[in-house]
Design a protein around this ligand. Structure first.
Ligand code: MG
Length: 455
């Protein structure tokens, strides 16, 4: 962690007791409490072994700075976000490292609307933290800490309001849930059972060492889910990340889909029912999303990469649907944040309404091949390299929202983006065939290297 920054893309993250220590957590709690100032905050954690230790430290800092803490215990990030709004809290704090391995933990700060704090708000918290601007309460003004139980159940009930439980129940779906030994197991199995599904669970016991699989729902971590769905003849499989805001789906044949494919499955009926709606997605998303939004007469809104940016754009435009390639779907009528259990209910609702298997719903989509690459680039040269690329691609169909994305007339595209955390430029290409996608990565990589030699 740097000398001036605490927050990364999604909150504060670090190795437990190495980067993220109890002392630091107390100080972070003090900074968050000073930022909010005498407010009511909800706090909870995911299944990590360090959750209780860090939570107590953060609560200590929050109550020392006059905030009242309502402690919700173990819960998925979206359940806490929902509860912040539902209980009219002024904000919240979630102790989670999302998809990172078990030795990590982190701290996310939630605003009263349930959305993670903006980068500007994070900078205010950092200012308190690094410049020792904590405002301590007098001994007679300390905040109170008390429990607030039952938020997971409230969240499950709220999701049911956005789908047709009877229609889903009539289909008697059999769903396999891989909960990553974390908080997704607290809400998704009960939700699916209440929707009349037969549920088989994998890694549903809470265990902060994550013995079942790593909490990032990447295909290489989901082989058990894939083979189980196929072996027992289930209709669907779903895997969550460590804090259950993202969900990745497996069809009845055990095929694992990237998040953009399942997001497109959700976009189609949404636009049929809500014509002309705005669909929000980062510029890194597949052209499949653009195609689907255009085909069903929606309006595509592109943002910088990052879930907080998607949430905030949805709020700003009052957009009702957003999504990311990594399995994050934002369903505005419920809440404008990534929500794994809500996404699962939406997929089942679509399968029930259409009577189609997930494989069929995905098969009707246009197909793209994706290739990724990266080239080394020192941090100090990133901006000038980006400028030079922009000069070269003038006149083409481009977006400069985040890095530079170029769309070509044959429906291929490439995104060239400086990494926020490493001294590299990343390239993401996609095309209708594998060779073209590979060629795009190769061509632009060598072009970038050539420019780099001159600067
Ligand atoms: Mg997550």
């Amino acid at each position: 962690m740097s000398e001036t920054k605490l927050f990364g893309t999604n909150g504060i993250r670090g190795l437990v007791n190495v980067e993220l220590t109890p002392e630091m957590a107390v100080k972070v709690g003090c900074a968050i409490g000073t930022f909010f100032g005498r407010k009511n905050l909800l706090l909870g954690y995911d299944a990590r072994t360090s959750g209780p230790m860090l939570a107590k430290a953060v609560i200590s800092g929050l109550t020392a700075t006059e905030c009242n803490v309502f402690f919700a215990g173990m819960a998925p990030t979206p359940a806490l976000q929902y509860a912040v709004k539902n209980h009219k809290m002024d904000g919240g704090v979630i102790i989670t490292a999302s998809h990172n391995p078990p030795e990590y933990n982190g701290i996310k700060v939630i605003w009263s609307d349930g959305i993670e704090t903006s980068h500007e708000q994070e900078a205010e918290i950092e200012n308190v933290y690094f410049n020792n601007k904590t405002v301590f309460a007098g001994w007679d003004k300390l905040g109170m800490a008390q429990e607030l139980l039952g938020i997971n159940d409230e969240y499950v009930q709220a999701i049911k309001n956005h789908v047709d439980p009877q229609e889903i129940a009539e289909k008697h779906f059999h769903v396999v849930v891989d909960a990553a030994n974390s908080v997704g197991g607290l809400t998704a199995p009960p939700l699916l059972r209440e929707l009349g599904c037969k549920v088989t669970t994998l890694n549903a016991n809470i265990d902060g060492t994550f013995p079942g699989r790593l909490p990032e729902p990447r295909p290489e971590n989901l082989t058990d889910l894939s083979s189980t769905v196929k072996a027992i003849g289930a209709d669907l499989g779903v895997a969550f990340d460590g804090d259950a805001d993202r969900s990745v789906f497996v069809d009845e044949n055990g095929v694992i889909y990237s998040g953009d494919k399942t997001f497109a499955v959700i976009i189609k009926p949404f636009l049929i029912k809500n014509p002309g709606s705005k669909i929000v997605t980062p510029v890194s998303s597949s052209t499949l999303i653009k195609d689907t939004v255009e085909a069903y007469k929606g309006e595509l809104i592109l943002t910088k990469v990052g879930s907080v940016t998607v949430s905030q754009k949805m709020k700003e435009l009052n957009a009702k649907l957003g999504g990311e390639e990594n399995g994050g779907v934002f369903y505005g009528p419920h809440q404008a944040v990534r929500d794994g259990a809500m996404t699962t209910a939406l997929i089942l609702n679509i399968m029930a309404e259409t009577g189609e298997k997930l494989s069929k719903l995905v098969a009707e989509q246009p197909q793209y091949f994706i290739e990724k690459g990266k080239i080394d680039c020192p941090d100090e040269k990133k901006e000038i390299l980006l400028q030079k690329i922009l000069e070269q691609v003038k006149g083409e169909n481009i977006s400069t929202i985040d890095g530079v994305k170029i769309w070509f007339s044959d429906n291929s595209a490439i995104l060239i983006r400086p990494s926020g955390t490493e001294p590299v430029f990343r390239l993401y290409a996609e095309a209708k065939n594998e060779e073209k996608a590979l060629k795009l990565v190769e061509d632009y990589s060598s072009q970038l290297k050539k420019i780099l030699e001159t600067i």
